[in-house]
Design a protein around this ligand. Structure first.
Ligand code: SF4
Length: 325
């Protein structure tokens, strides 16, 4: 029996990386890449995750599927807390949760044929052998818009878009339920991006897949996502249904991010105002208390340096973390 609502529940997730130990027994500093993040994803839903480079979105995706062990918090998959399972008990979940990587070339073994790359995933989980295995590889290649004959070729013989299709076929080989798509189109030509996104949408509909779609292209995230979460320096600052977030962003950071999206209509573009963020994203090493956006926020008040704003419902399931709200 599967939970449709809250298929994936992330509660107070933390992923900290130790960076240095002070001399004479001082404390260890941590990069707090993901620091107390909570959200959920329903079955068959796409949750987009956006934010500047270094905001923790990729680390969040990798920690959810246990490529990284969480420092704290809980990952609940279809009602089962998988945060601290032993490798053996984690094995069935490794099959159910897959990842599509940003750079398909770096994530495919250049010395293996495409057939072996896809077949390796089938072998690890002992899903098919002999003729059935071969037929499954050929089926998966066709499913992602390639030919059966491509099984005998090597990754360098393919274009970037075709290599990403191989990466998707490899993820599908183990019949996953949940896929973390980590910037899957960022490295592709613009002309190819829409094809890959359309294919991901078709696969989702046909196979009932659930996606966490990580990206920095805000227009594409709006197109593919049912809901979108915005991260800043290891925190979730706003999360809402996709149209709601793009039409009524309430967090000052989200407002600035969205104001940078080019507007195709010249009349609309002439009346819209771009909010330029001053300064750089601060270091995630032991960040100071209060709101992490305070040094770049045009609305910052004294309380923003003292108290960390909580993520709260500002109406109709639209969540945001800001003292103004
Ligand atoms: Fe700006 Fe304060 Fe809101 Fe943070 S809490 S976004 S600093 S107004």
């Amino acid at each position: 029996m599967q939970n449709t609502e809250n298929f994936i529940e992330i509660k107070n997730l933390k992923k900290w990386f130790p960076v240095k130990k002070k001399l004479f027994g001082g404390h260890i500093s941590f990069v707090k890449a993901v620091d107390d993040v909570s959200f959920s994803i329903n079955k068959g839903e796409t949750l987009g995750l956006v934010g500047e480079s270094g905001c923790g979105k990729t680390t969040t995706g990798r920690t959810i599927i246990k490529l990284y062990e969480p420092t704290g918090g809980n990952i609940i998959y279809n009602g089962e807390d998988i945060s601290r399972l032993t490798p053996k008990r984690m094995l069935p979940y490794r099959r159910k949760m897959q990842m599509i990587f940003q750079d398909p070339y770096a994530s495919l073994n250049a010395r293996m044929t495409v057939g072996d790359i896809i077949g390796e995933a089938i072998d690890i989980h002992n899903l098919a052998k002999g003729k059935e295995r071969l037929e499954r590889i050929q089926y998966l290649l066709r499913r992602v818009g390639l030919n059966s004959e491509h099984a005998n070729r090597y990754p360098h013989e393919f274009s970037g878009g075709q290599r990403q299709r191989v990466g998707i076929a490899r993820a599908l080989a183990v019949e996953p339920e949940f896929i973390v798509c980590d910037e899957p189109i960022s490295a592709l030509d613009v002309s190819i991006q829409a094809q890959v996104v359309n294919m991901l949408e078709d696969l989702q509909e046909d196979l009932g897949l659930t996606y966490l779609f990580i990206a920095h292209d805000l227009s594409m995230v709006k197109h593919i996502s049912d809901r979108v979460g915005v991260m800043y320096l290891g925190k979730m600052v706003e999360i809402a249904e996709s149209n709601e977030l793009y039409s009524h962003p309430v967090h000052p950071y989200t407002q600035a991010l969205l104001s940078a999206i080019p507007i195709p209509d010249p009349d609309e573009a002439a009346t819209s105002q771009r909010i330029v963020l001053e300064g750089d994203i601060p270091s995630p090493i032991d960040p100071p208390p209060g709101c992490r956006f305070k040094n770049r926020c045009r609305f910052a008040k004294p309380i923003c340096s003292e108290e960390e704003p909580e993520l709260k419902d500002v109406g109709g399931g639209h969540l945001a973390a800001c003292h103004l709200l």
